[in-house]
Design a binder for this molecule. Structure first.
Ligand code: AMP
Length: 529
């Protein structure tokens, strides 16, 4: 027997529609690329997004067509995003930090018909248009955009299609082989929004002021472009300026209560705050994900600024948020020091995502908090395959997707990433977690960033090499760094060598770029080997 409730497809156009009718005057504030702060509202964003839809329909864009964006987080990007999705077209967010040739490759793979681009990236794109035959129009957001939408009507029918309709396309960073497209549906994004709004995940309310530093091109800005309007939270968009001073200014001037970013951004902010002696008067919570959150960040925010860190884990293929830091009620009553080890873990999977760990043969491993294995995920927020079917069937017989991460799960259901499968250091047949060692190294007060890679060793196959970028003006030694690790990790996990470097390369999404580091040290030999 079927239930007798109303069919109401879960399509994301309803999210902005809701914000525009019930929170019409709630502000959307942007630091524009030109410099000045621009203030608009959900009501205006909605009206202009419909103008974008009409523009796209005039250009001949039809349901299922891909429309690219190559842009920072701004109110215009938000309008374009909903304008595309509302008419059943697919919003394809392009990452401007990728190499231009790779951007071109991705545009071709997706067959984007129209691309909305921020001025600073326009030249790069336009100079390569002969290599992107599918692209019929490029609209420069801080140029022709205003003129093009000005005469379009502010009314346009949105939705009315199946909730399984594709609405977003985002390519994975492509650390192995060509990038692969992850194709989100309206339903998956809608459910992911509800999931993120849970208080134990990111959790916004109408009184929150939210600043997503995480770019809209990096896995949907962790869903914030959906979850903030869904509850009428004020949205503050940082444009192109993501340095500590600029972020601090926005956080304070707009009264931001919750923000999200990758660890490197927070390291930059904390460094600025510490040096400038600045304070955070409204910020309550920061969500951190995209890479393991170093202890120094959790401590720094808690001890010096009274801000709670919410550790998130996920990936493009999981919409992206798939676990959130979980401190049990019992532990919450304990001193912060005792909570720290749990806060460093990536957390519990909420409803809508199921996890398991397995060995290389796919056999489930015990969830005892010690055994580490391949982390696999399933649920309505997880990819069932890649765009155009590349990579074939990506699910196991139980419907789980192999995340490529290695993790433990403890008896309380709390997951901890111990490595990327390809970054694990295999020493004498046993696995060393590069992440754990680098987190510990980065917690040394003199260290700014740390990276650990495996380098060849005649006896053990691989041994860990630690690279450290020190804070400005600091000096240190191999002995000091290794002394800091002593007693905190198994002896055989101790790096064989420590190199102090001027820079540690970051990838296109702000994470430590292990692939680049491995390439740079491909010929490195440990002393005495
Ligand atoms: P991307 O698809 O570019 O967002 O990259 C996803 C990958 O980032 C995951 O598979 C993890 O390897 C890594 N990652 C994301 N969040 C975390 C986290 N909190 N701790 C450790 N690794 C993370």
């Amino acid at each position: 027997m079927l239930g007798m409730m109303q069919p109401w497809p879960l399509t994301v156009d309803r999210i902005l529609g809701h914000a525009a009718t019930r929170h019409a005057r709630r502000e959307v504030v942007t630091r524009s690329l030109e410099g000045p702060i621009v203030r608009t509202s959900y009501g205006e964003v909605h009206a202009r997004a419909k103008q974008v839809s009409n523009l796209l329909l005039d250009m001949g864009v039809r349901p299922g067509d891909r429309v690219g964006t190559l842009a920072w987080n701004t109110w215009r990007h938000l309008e374009v995003w909903y304008g595309i999705m509302g008419i059943g077209a697919v919003c394809h967010t392009l990452n401007p930090r990728l190499h231009p040739d790779q951007i071109c490759w991705i545009i071709n793979d997706a067959s984007d018909r129209v691309i909305f681009v921020d001025e600073p990236f326009a030249e790069l794109l336009l100079s390569r248009m002969d290599r992107a035959p599918s692209v019929e129009r490029v609209v420069v957001l801080n140029h022709d955009y205003e003129n093009l939408i000005a005469d379009q009507p502010e009314d346009c029918a949105w939705g009315g299609f199946d909730e399984e309709t594709a609405c977003g396309l985002c390519y994975t960073s492509g650390t192995t082989g060509d990038p692969k497209g992850v194709l989100y549906s309206h339903r998956s994004n809608f459910l992911h929004t509800l999931m993120c709004l849970q208080p134990d995940v990111i959790g916004f309310s109408a009184s929150d002021v939210v600043l997503p530093v995480t770019p809209m091109y990096h896995a949907n800005a962790w869903g914030v472009a959906f979850s903030a309007p869904a509850v009428g939270a004020k949205l503050v968009l940082p444009g192109a300026r993501l340095d500590g001073a600029s972020l601090h200014e926005l956080l304070e001037s707009e009264g931001v209560t919750v923000s999200c970013a990758v660890p490197t951004v927070w390291t930059g902010l904390l460094q600025y705050l510490d040096q400038a002696g600045a304070t955070l008067t409204t910020l309550k919570r920061v969500a951190i994900g995209g890479a393991a959150c170093p202890e120094a960040i959790i401590r720094g925010f808690h001890d010096r600024y009274g801000v709670e860190v919410r550790h998130l884990w996920g990936m493009t293929e999981t919409s992206p948020v798939a676990t959130a830091g979980a401190v049990s009620p019992e532990l919450l009553a304990r001193p912060f020091e005792e909570q720290l080890p749990v806060r460093l873990k990536q957390g519990r999977a909420p409803l809508f995502c199921e996890l398991k760990i397995t060995d290389d043969e796919g056999r489930r491993l015990p969830e005892d908090g010690r055994t580490f294995g391949r982390l696999k995920a399933r649920g309505p927020i997880v990819s069932a395959g890649y765009f155009k079917g590349v990579a074939g069937d990506i699910l196991d017989e139980e419907g789980f997707f192999d995340t490529g991460d290695v993790a433990t799960i403890d008896p309380d259901g709390v997951m901890q990433i111990t490595d990327r499968a390809k970054d694990v250091i295999k020493s004498g047949g046993e696995w060393i977690s590069s992440v754990e060692v680098e987190n510990l190294a980065a917690s040394h007060p003199k260290a700014l960033l740390a990276a650990v890679i495996g380098v060849p060793h005649p006896k053990w196959d691989e041994r860990p090499l630690l690279l450290v970028k020190l804070r400005p003006g600091e000096t240190s030694s191999r002995e000091e760094m290794l002394g800091h690790l002593e007693g905190r990790i198994a002896k055989w996990w101790t790096p064989d060598e420590v190199l102090f470097v001027d820079d540690i390369p970051l990838g296109a999404t702000g994470k430590i770029d292990k692939k680049a580091i491995r390439a740079a040290y491909a010929d490195y030999r440990l002393p005495g080997t």
